[in-house]
Design a protein around this ligand. Structure first.
Ligand code: BG6
Length: 491
C-alpha cells in the first residue's frame, strides 16, 4: 500500500458487535493501523444494540482481534493503540430520538464522516432517515453498505430508493468484497497494461472462458439467511458477475470510478437472457447431500442445523452465460460456484483458440490451446500455458504443454496479501469509488439472475443432488461436455 490518509475520518460503524464487523472490519482497520496508514486523528464509533460501555467493548474487540488476526501479525502494542481510537455507543437503531448523541461524539476538527452499515439491508433506509433527521450526516458523508442489496430487482430498487432519498450516488459505497481482492484488481492491470493480451482479448482469439468460485465450507450455521438466498443470490448476482464484467468489459478511457463502471454496465446489458427453453442446456442447480470435507464426514444441506425439510435452495450452480456484443459473440462464459466442493479455489481460465493451421502430430491436437489461468485464491498468481517442443533427440517434434508462471508471493516477495476489506476501507477513507458498485450495476445484475430464478420457480424442478466433497452434480459436467469442452480440473 502507499501513503497514509492525510485527512482525519470519523467512522460510525452500525452493527459493530456483529459477525462481519468483528471478523472482518475491525481486523482490517487494525491492519491499516499496523501499516501506519490511518490519520492520527481518525476515530471509530462502534454502534450496536447491546448495553455496554466503551472499555467493555474494547476488551471484546481485543479478544476478537486476537482470534481473527494471524498470530505473526498480531502486535499487542498496535492493538492497544488502535483500540484507543474506538468508542462505543448503545443505540436502538429504530428510535429516532436516540441519534442526537452521535453528534456529540463528532470531532470538533474538520473530518470526513463515514457511516458503515454492517446491518441487515432492511435497516439501511431507517438508519439513513434517522441520521438525516438528527443532522448527523450531510452531503459530504460517505456511506458504506453491504450486500445483499435486496433479494431481486424490485426489492433492490426499494433499498436503493431509500438510500437515494438521503444520499447522492457519489456518497454511496456499495461493497462487493471481491472487488477488494488484490488479484481481482490485477485483472484490470493484466488486461489494460499489457498490450499483448489487449490485442488477443476477443472472439477472434478466445474460444471460451471459465470462472469457478468453489468453497469447501457448507453454510456455517447461516441456514436462516442462506436458505432464503441460495448460491445465485449469494454469489452469482454479485461476486461472479463482477468477475465476468472485469474480464469482458471494454477498456475504460481512464481509471475513474464512472469510466470503469460504465464499461461494466455495458457488459451486464449485453448478457443474453436465459429463457425457459434454455434452462436445460445453460443452467444446472445443485444441492449437497452428506459426504466428506477435509476427510471428515459432513451432513447434507437438508440436515444442517436449523434446516427445513424439502428446501429447493441451491448450494451449487453452473451456468453458461453469453454476451451478445461484437467482442464476445460466440464465446461462452462457463460459470460455476458452490458450497461443500472439494477445495476453496477461485480461478478464471481464458481458453484461447488453436492456431489456424495445425502441423504437428494429430494425436497431440488436444494440447493445442493456450490457456491463461488466473488464480484469485489461494496461491494468488497467473499461469500462461504454452506449447513447447519436448526435450531430447528421441522426441522429434513432440509437443509439451508447460506454464509461464507468476506466483505473486514469490515473484514480488510480498510477505502478505492484504485482505479485501483493508483495501476497501482504505479506498472509502480516500473517497475513491472505483472498487464499489453503482446502483445500475446492481440492478442490471438482478435483472439477469431474476429470470433464472423465475424459471426455476415456474418449472418446479428440484435441484440435482451432489455429495459434499465433489465438484457438483454430474449435470454440470454434461453441460460443458455437450459443447466439446471440460472444466479445467477435469481436463
Ligand atoms: C460472501 C458470501 O459474500 O462471500 C458467503 O455471502 C461466501 O456465502 C463468501 O462464503 C466467500 O468469500 P471469500 O472471500 O471467502 O471467497
Amino acid at each position: 500500500m502507499a501513503d497514509p490518509i492525510n485527512t482525519r475520518c470519523d467512522l460510525m460503524m452500525f452493527g459493530a458487535l456483529g459477525d462481519l464487523a468483528q471478523r472482518k472490519l475491525f481486523p482490517a482497520m487494525y491492519q491499516l493501523e499496523r501499516a501506519g496508514l490511518l490519520h492520527k486523528g481518525t476515530r471509530i464509533l462502534a454502534i450496536a444494540r447491546n448495553k455496554a460501555d466503551s472499555s467493555e467493548v474494547r476488551k471484546t474487540l481485543l479478544g476478537k482481534l486476537k482470534e481473527h488476526v494471524r498470530k505473526d501479525e498480531f502486535d499487542a502494542g498496535v492493538a492497544e493503540q488502535f483500540l484507543q481510537r474506538v468508542d462505543y455507543q448503545f443505540l436502538d437503531f429504530t428510535n429516532p430520538d436516540g441519534y442526537g448523541v452521535l453528534n456529540d461524539w463528532r470531532s470538533k476538527e474538520p473530518s470526513n464522516l463515514i457511516v458503515y452499515m454492517a446491518t441487515p439491508p432492511a435497516m439501511y433506509g431507517e438508519i439513513s432517515r434517522n441520521l438525516r433527521g438528527n443532522n448527523c450526516c450531510d452531503q459530504n458523508t460517505r456511506v458504506v453498505v453491504e450486500k445483499p442489496i435486496g433479494h431481486d430487482l424490485e426489492s433492490s430498487k426499494v433499498i436503493n430508493d431509500e438510500l437515494g432519498e438521503v444520499y447522492n450516488e457519489d456518497q454511496l459505497f456499495r461493497i462487493d468484497h471481491y472487488l477488494g481482492k488484490e488479484t481481482v484488481q490485477n485483472l484490470i492491470a493484466l488486461r489494460f497494461a499489457n498490450n499483448l493480451f489487449a490485442s488477443q482479448w476477443d472472439q477472434n482469439h478466445i474460444s471460451h472462458v471459465e470462472i469457478s468460485v468453489a468453497e469447501s465450507v457448507g453454510i456455517e450455521g447461516r441456514w436462516g439467511y442462506f436458505d432464503k438466498a441460495g448460491q445465485v443470490r449469494d454469489m452469482v448476482q454479485n461476486h461472479l458477475l463482477q468477475l465476468l464484467c472485469l474480464i469482458a468489459m471494454d477498456p475504460p478511457s481512464d481509471l475513474s470510478a464512472d469510466s470503469i463502471r460504465n464499461e461494466k454496465v455495458k457488459v451486464l446489458k449485453a448478457m443474453r437472457r436465459i429463457t425457459p427453453d434454455m434452462m436445460d442446456t445453460h443452467v444446472v442447480r445443485g444441492q449437497y447431500t452428506a459426504g466428506t470435507s477435509g476427510g471428515k464426514p459432513v451432513p447434507g444441506y437438508l440436515e444442517e442445523e436449523g434446516a427445513a425439510r424439502g428446501s429447493k435452495t441451491e448450494t451449487f450452480v453452473a451456468l453458461k452465460a453469453e454476451i451478445d456484443n461484437w467482442r464476445w459473440s460466440g464465446v461462452p462464459f462457463y460459470i460455476r460456484t458452490g458450497k461443500r466442493l472439494p477445495e476453496k479455489l477461485s480461478q478464471i481460465i481464458i481458453h484461447f483458440k488453436p492456431a489456424p493451421h495445425y502441423i504437428f502430430d494429430p494425436d497431440q491436437k488436444h494440447l493445442a490451446n493456450n490457456k491463461l489461468i488466473i488464480r484469485l485464491q489461494p496461491d494468488e498468481g497467473m499461469s500462461l500455458q504454452i506449447l513447447t517442443k519436448d526435450q531430447g533427440l528421441d522426441k522429434g517434434m513432440r509437443l509439451r504443454q508447460g506454464p509461464l508462471e507468476l506466483t505473486f508471493s514469490e515473484t514480488f516477495e510480498t510477505d502478505r496479501i492484504p485482505d479485501a476489506y483493508e483495501r476497501l476501507l482504505w479506498e472509502v477513507m480516500k473517497g475513491n469509488q472505483y472498487l464499489f458498485v453503482r446502483r445500475d450495476e446492481v440492478e442490471h445484475a438482478w435483472q439477469w439472475v431474476d429470470q433464472i430464478m423465475r424459471n426455476w420457480d415456474d418449472s418446479g424442478v428440484p435441484p440435482k443432488r451432489y455429495a459434499a466433497g465433489t465438484w457438483g452434480p454430474v449435470a454440470s459436467i454434461a453441460m460443458i461436455t455437450r459443447d466439446g469442452r471440460s472444466w479445467y480440473e477435469d481436463a
